[in-house]
Ligand binder design. Structure first.
Ligand code: COA
Length: 155
């Protein structure tokens, strides 16, 4: 189904938080719960079904970070991730921030492609972020996920 049918709505109560989706993007439930304290969660819905999620967190007055972006496995590759990124940009612009930030693992090759195609540029690396903050080793694409690659887009 095309993104034309997609609605993105803000979560109003904690009961609506789609942890099963947020877990796809972040293996640490503790980290998720931490950024949900200050972040706002959005649901991507097709008809009444929740197929994606986004968490946006303000960083001071001039930056906002995408803390989590996820699309249900069965719905990936259909443009919903790009639609969620576009929604994050819309919220960032409406909030008047200058930069939208997203971080991902050095091993997250598809995500790095998606974000750069959407206009995000690599601006830094947090060395050993994943090895120091996550209890279990993470492997993707046969690569050890050690470092956090920081990307940003000017609004
Ligand atoms: N090389 C080049 N382009 C690539 C690519 C690659 N290896 N992998 C993906 N892409 C591109 C696609 O071609 C597409 O762009 P295009 O339409 O311009 O060709 C885009 O990335 C994917 O778009 P879309 O279909 O909107 O993505 P999605 O709905 O699958 O959502 C994620 C993307 C990352 C949100 C989704 O895969 C997901 O939930 N993954 C698990 C959770 C996760 O990793 N979250 C991010 C943590 S940082």
């Amino acid at each position: 189904m095309s993104p034309l049918y997609l609605k993105i709505v803000e979560v109003k109560t904690n009961r609506e938080i789609p942890f099963e989706l947020l877990d796809l993007a972040d293996p640490s439930r503790a980290m998720i719960e931490e950024y949900l304290k200050t972040g706002t969660c959005y649901l991507a819905k097709v008809e009444s079904q929740v197929i994606g999620a986004l968490v946006l967190d303000p960083l001071g007055s001039d930056r906002m970070e995408i803390k989590n972006i996820a699309v249900a496995e069965s719905e990936q590759g259909k443009g919903y991730g790009k639609a969620l990124l576009a929604h994050a940009e819309k919220i960032a612009r409406e909030s008047g921030v200058k930069k939208l930030i997203i971080g991902t693992g050095n091993s997250s090759l598809n995500q790095l492609a998606l974000y750069q195609k959407a206009g995000f540029e690599i601006v830094g690396i947090e060395k050993d972020f994943f090895t120091q903050n996550y209890p279990e080793p993470i492997f993707e694409n046969g690569i050890s996920c050690k470092h956090k690659i920081i990307l940003e887009k000017t609004m």
